[in-house]
Design a protein around this ligand. Structure first.
Ligand code: NAD
Length: 499
């Protein structure tokens, strides 16, 4: 399909869908078909100026809207998201390539943040102490910041933006969203729902593009805070630039999550959980279990069954609701090539392929960006597969003799998002939980991604900032406290009323 014949994604500014003039565009694909389905304008400072001005103009009235009324908009949005759930999920599968059941998880987890944001009157409550000195009382309350910005990655078209805007808006801020230029359509549909749910014009705005539009957002003096989720090099850079410009920042980066397999782990449940952790969303998850460390006999106990089940996984298109595979496509032809290349290098470095997904062919979608699931064993620390985030359907397996060695392998890499252990030993689980250098830990849980009321608490090179996304930390991030100390002078009995 040519660029002329596909939908151009509009910006959303001051409550109006609009198209910028003369902008270069970037293609949006259906990864299952390898077909272009839309394009996004690559915006810059001029569009950022309009979007931030719109958000700044809407802020005073939205800030003064009682939290109860802001919560009502969230309630209505939640109901409308439920009504359009199936349609939205098919859209997620189509622009991303993940299966429908994975798309349901993507949107469901996002709706849970909206539900959490419905409790904003309680979440915003302050603290008070009467009589801190004779006749003097003190209380704190939370105030929104103003215009805040969200910059998103491609891998969760609904969930990641929904980590941001529901809490930011419910807390009384106004928002400028920069969706991933690779999956802009889902948030376009969700913002249309917000409009129908009664969100006033200017409270939510969308701009599109890549580095240029992001830089303009980071430099804009009226932007108070930046939420970013994406790869580590970009997260580090966003944090550096935005803090240098005096903004509050939370920047979540990439990951390399280790799963420790102990010899006493339950074979059936562990194999099923590891398969899901490694190959769910074709490995394009910041919480993907991308490296397993088999301790002692765990390799012999678990790997044959794992390889057998992985080899039986069906890969295929996800954009037809009635026909769903076990795993969908990766995001782009370039990404497919990159992952294939990393598997080649991993093999050349001496690792052994238990399953090989490099040449997987899907006959009913021959142009799709498909890779089969790959399990590659005996990966050593200096293997190229260990040097970076692969972000594809590849499970690297390392070997260790003891739990201490396995934890040391996990801790020698720079990331620190998630880590999991599969064991029947409480002692091993406790040691792992205490020693592993990661912010989200799973014990017999392969993808320990926290729900909306807990922080998404990555460590090390997986997070730059102080306050994490979601939960109470999310509320703190999007608000500032005011502490008021009060004394009322006495004018003597009856003096006030006597006037
Ligand atoms: P990415 O870093 O390429 O892009 C993320 C966003 O940043 C996009 O909106 C993009 O337009 C923008 N961007 C890209 N390069 C930029 C630059 N040089 N300057 C300014 N902005 C730039 O990430 P991606 O490929 O879209 O997403 C995958 C990555 O996101 C993976 O590394 C994954 O681990 C990570 N991720 C992390 C979490 C988490 O919670 N830690 C969650 C989801 C995804």
């Amino acid at each position: 399909m040519s660029a002329q014949s596909v939908e151009l994604c509009p910006l959303y500014i001051s409550g109006k869908w609009q198209f910028p003039n003369d902008k270069q565009t970037s293609a949006v694909y259906n990864p299952s078909r390898g077909e272009m389905i839309a394009s996004v304008p690559l915006c810059g400072p001029a569009e950022v100026e309009l979007a931030v001005a719109s958000a700044a103009a809407a802020f005073p009235a939205w800030r003064d809207t009682p939290p109860n009324d802001r919560a009502q908009v969230m309630f209505r949005a939640k109901m409308m998201l439920e009504d359009q759930f199936d349609e939205l999920c098919l859209g997620i599968s189509t622009e991303h390539g993940k299966t429908l059941s994975e798309a349901r998880g993507d949107l469901r987890r996002g709706i849970e943040v909206v539900e959490y944001a419905c409790g904003v009157p309680t979440l915003l409550m302050g603290e008070s102490l009467e009589n801190i000195a004779r006749g003097i009382d003190c209380h704190t309350d939370r105030h929104p910041l103003g215009v805040v910005v969200g910059i998103c990655p491609f891998n969760f078209p609904a969930l990641v933006p929904m980590w941001m805007w529901p809490l930011a808006i419910a807390c009384g801020n106004t928002f400028v969203l920069k969706p991933s230029e690779r999956v802009p359509l889902t948030m376009q549909r969700i913002v249309a729902i917000l409009e129908k749910a009664g969100l006033p014009a200017g409270v939510m705005n969308i701009v599109h593009g890549g580095r240029e539009v992001v830089d303009a957002l980071l430099e804009h003096p009226q932007v108070r805070a930046v939420s970013f989720v994406g790869s580590t090099p970009v997260a580090r850079e966003i944090h550096r630039k935005a803090t240098a410009n005096g903004k509050r920042v939370q920047a979540a980066g990439g990951a390399k999550n280790f799963i420790i397999l102990m010899p006493d782990a339950d074979v059936e449940r562990t194999v099923s959980a590891v398969k899901d952790a490694a190959f769910g969303c074709a490995g394009e998850r910041c919480m993907a279990g991308s490296t397993a460390v088999a301790v002692g006999d765990a390799g012999a106990n678990l790997l044959p069954a794992l390889a057998e089940q992985v080899a039986a996984m069906k890969v295929g298109p996800t954009d037809i609701a009635s026909v769903q595979p076990d795993m969908g496509a990766v995001i782009s032809a370039e990404h497919k090539k990159r992952v294939q290349g990393l598997i080649d290098q991993g093999e050349h470095a001496g690792a052994r392929l238990l399953t090989d997904g490099r040449k997987t062919h899907v006959s009913d979608a021959p142009n799709g960006f498909f890779l089969g699931p790959t399990v590659i064993d005996h990966v050593e620390c200096d293997n190229p597969l260990m040097e970076q985030e692969v972000f594809g359907p590849v499970l690297a397996v390392m070997r260790a003799s003891t739990l201490e060695q396995a934890i040391a392998l996990a801790n020698r890499q720079a990331f620190g998002n998630g880590a999991a252990i599969f064991t029947n030993s409480g002692k091993a689980a406790r040691e792992f939980r205490r020693e592993v250098s990661a912010g989200m830990v799973g014990i017999n849980v392969g993808v320990p991604a926290p729900l909306a009321y807990f922080p998404f608490s990555g460590w090390n090179d997986s997070f730059f900032g102080d306050l994490h996304i979601q939960g109470r930390e999310g509320v703190e991030f999007y608000t500032q406290r005011k502490t008021t100390t009060t004394r009322w002078f006495s004018f003597g009995d009856g003096e006030i009323w006597a006037k």
